[in-house]
Design a protein around this ligand. Sequence first.
Ligand code: NAI
Length: 329
Amino acid sequence: MKLTLFAAKDYDRKYFDRVREEAFPEIEIEYIDYELEPRTAAFAKGADAICAFVSANAGAETLDVLKECGVKAVLMRCAGYNNVDVKKAKDLGIVVKRVPAYSPESVAEHAMTLAMAVNRHIHKAYNKVRENDYTLKGLRGRQMFEKTAGIVGTGKIGAAMCRICKGFGMQVIAYDMYKNPSLADFVEYVSLEELFRRSDLISLHCPLTDDTYHMINIENIKKMKNDVILVNTSRGALVNTDELIEGIRLGKFLGVGLDVYEEETGNVYEDRSDEIMMHSVTSRLLSFPNVIITSHQAFYTREAVIAIAETTLQNMLDAMNGVSTGNDC
Ligand code: NAI
């Protein structure tokens, strides 16, 4: 059986090949450099399934082309699937599966890394010391111990973040529609409103839905404490970037750490260092000294990429054998 893997990076080839050789020799993998979109979908001709990632366009138009190519399954090698038209896929008889959890701790650890980096100005300190500047100007941070962490969404990643914050000696409050029983002994669930009001660190770990789109907007930013740290490792559109910039200019934030941001689709895993950005809000964000942006790398650990390859190839076997699992979208 044949799998066409779109937007293949070196690490995809390395770990997918390794896992395939060890455990899934019956699957043949063709790697395509291009991103999945209506114009590139025809590369899947002859494949039983395709594999795509966070920046793919798996909307209705793409799915129509995939169907014509004979594709029976769309396998997302990530947790989120907001870029797949699942209803259309169902209508076409195409199965959609994903990797719901590959290393929640990897993402949560990166969220805390961003929080601590902006808090202790690591991005500035790194450059200062390299320039032989050993002064402390602009480097004062804040102790996290005994501060309040507000975690939005306490699924797998949010729960891992709660445990990390507890390890820092923080008081942990959270907002979710469903309480996670594994956190009962140390997390206090509050309303979103109260979370915005009380938190010194706010970290977003809920999915992007109609309800959560632009949940960080100027109205909510104004409810936050002054000198709050905001971290987003979930999905860019949880934050209204223009209004975040307005909040930064109002002096609301001690720091902002973003692994995801609204404009990321054209950037993710691309080298655009020679380009002049014309109307980029990302460039505007990067002009602030208290903002750190990484490019959708929170998941990227050795443990996670192996787990992604293993689950995706198992999803392929399940899809081809008509087996439904918890990985179905
Ligand atoms: P999960 O499904 O285990 O947890 C999501 C939680 O959010 C659930 O508890 C759910 O009840 C809650 N939720 C849903 N709607 C909500 C709302 N309106 N307000 C508050 N909470 C709400 O998902 P997981 O694995 O923890 O992933 C969370 C998000 O992290 C994913 O949706 C994905 O977008 C993002 N992610 C980012 C990665 C990166 O590399 N930056 C890697 C993997 C995931």
